[in-house]
Design a protein around this ligand. Sequence first.
Ligand code: AMP
Length: 421
Amino acid sequence: MLTTIPRGTKDILPGTVHEWRYLEEKIRRLCTVFGFEEIRTPMFEHTELFLRGIGETTDVVEKEMYTFSDRSGRSITLRPENTASAVRAYLQNKLYADGNITKLFYIGSMFRYDKPQAGRYREFHQFGVEAIGEQNPLIDAEVIKLGASLLNQIGLNDIKLKINSVGCPKCRPVYRKKLQAFFKDKFDELCEDCQSRFNRNPLRILDCKNPHCRELSIGAPAITDSLCDECSEHFAQLQRHLTAIGVEYALDPRLVRGLDYYTKTAFEFKYTPLGAQSAVLGGGRYDGLIEECGGAPTPAVGFATGLERILLALETQHLLPAQKNTCDVFIVAMGENATQPAFKLLHQLRDSNIAASMDYAGRSMKSQMKQANKSGAKYTVIIGDDELSKNIASVRNMKDSEQMEIPFDTLIDKLIFEVNK
Ligand code: AMP
């Protein structure tokens, strides 16, 4: 137990952290370019926020939340996603105060009691954006373009974008009725989940993963045929904007979200080689959510993407960056008299922002040289009795193995110069 990690979690070890940093740096730069600002919200919130903000009939809320009572008896939940928290922070901190659109992004751990498998974890990481305060489909197109740009920039070109419109509380009830009429005769054949969706959330029957439910839904009415004029026009404009900025998409009438606060645009980027975990990025418009969370009616659109899934896709395509060596200078100290001057030099280098290392165990020359090689250092400084007596250090260029003798009083400047060359 003590040396075993909980199921569905993982250590991100030193040999792979650079892959995460690579992805996170791309994300941060792209968000800056698109004018989104980072927000960091707590890892846990009052459970009530997620019941409202995600919806009590969703799988996440019904089956997957890490909910517990804290020591004063309050119900607390580890965040299973970040949209509800971002909306809570938006309202609590009055981020709408200047009346403009608020464009936020986040990167962080999310927690779901999911069935762990490749690409599916209980603690996983999402990057997401939320654009709050604008209903113009230009912002939907901008948000989708941001997702597309990220995937393109990291080289995932095989990713397919699907879009749909799920209407609004005006036109969706009509569609729900049509859908219920379609599935009425097939009710007994639907899976248990879909039978419970039939009344509560019938749109979700369309994205059920059960093969028989998928078969049963062939020929179901498409929501795009039931959209009101406003939703229909919004969807048409979105498609024109996407085309104008060169974002390729396919229409997918099965792409749905069942809850009332999801409105109009729904989209998903899929990377099919990942099989069951092919959804790498999903999002849409949620014009009803801010009001649901206690704010004034406010339109909003966003997406979330799983970083593990993106990294998995990068791995299958051999697109992950190699780890860079970080050590600039390795100091080899031979003999007791050399230890302190070497240690002093180590810290003078570090004070000058040079990445430096040395051995503390008094190992043999051969062993220290091995460490120097392994560290990937550009230069190795060797200090032994011989060097001390001459007041110099031997400096070896690890690339061409050329060695030179440098007087101690110019050593730091010389190393700074060489390392930064
Ligand atoms: P969702 O919030 O369910 O729409 O998920 C958004 C994205 O988060 C998905 O497209 C996945 O990439 C990722 N995701 C969701 N659940 C998990 C999980 N359990 N493990 C890893 N990634 C996940």
